[in-house]
Ligand binder design. Structure first.
Ligand SMILES: [Zn+2]
Ligand SMILES: [Zn+2]
Length: 182
């Protein structure tokens, strides 16, 4: 999907799912923009723009590197997710992240159309730039992060201390999937 202008989609979603409440006197109550190339770990976010940049302003930022590779439905579901956050904050004026108001709005939007589905966590492929595995030494318990499993890798330290520096099967590393924290 090429980078499309976001405002027309914002206006349509606002009319269809937010009763027009995110536009006041034909001005959106917040800015909507594409990120630069660095926003890779999240599909999008809603925030208060830091005061020193623009006091009292809000924005939704969508990840260019993540969403430009995906169909438009991914863009709409992400934008809609962030619009629910903006609606809870600016229209309902509640402090809530993925709480009951968020989930009720999400369910209403999902049941009203079948073009996209809003989810609490996005399920898009994220560039794999974090370690997938813990490699654990069964002898000394040392844990290290690995991007991929290395077959036959043994703990260097233990081969050194117990086997005169030669590879030994008793020091074979055991792999455990690393959980991503986000
Ligand atoms: Zn969210
Ligand atoms: Zn070891």
């Amino acid at each position: 999907m090429p980078l499309v202008p976001l405002l027309p989609i914002f206006h349509r979603l606002n009319r269809e799912h937010f009763e027009g409440s995110l536009v006041v006197q034909s001005q959106p109550v917040l800015a909507v923009r594409w990120s630069d190339g660095r926003l890779r770990k999240t599909a999008g976010f809603y925030r208060h723009i830091p005061k020193f940049l623009a006091p009292g302003k809000y924005e939704i930022v969508l990840s260019r590197p993540l969403l430009e590779l995906l169909p438009q439905s991914a863009l709409e579901s992400t934008l809609c997710h962030e619009m629910i956050h903006a609606w809870i904050d600016l229209v309902l004026k509640l402090k809530e992240s993925h709480g009951p108001h968020f989930k009720a709005k999400m369910a209403a939007i999902n049941s009203s159309q079948s073009i996209f589905q809003v989810t609490v966590r996005h399920k898009f492929p994220v560039p794999r730039d974090y370690p997938r595995w813990w490699a654990i030494c069964p002898k000394c318990g040392l844990r290290s992060a690995y991007f991929r499993k290395v077959q036959g890798a043994a703990c260097k330290q233990c081969c050194q201390s117990f086997h005169g520096g030669t590879w030994h099967s008793s020091c074979l590393l055991i792999y455990e999937p690393a959980k991503r924290e986000d």
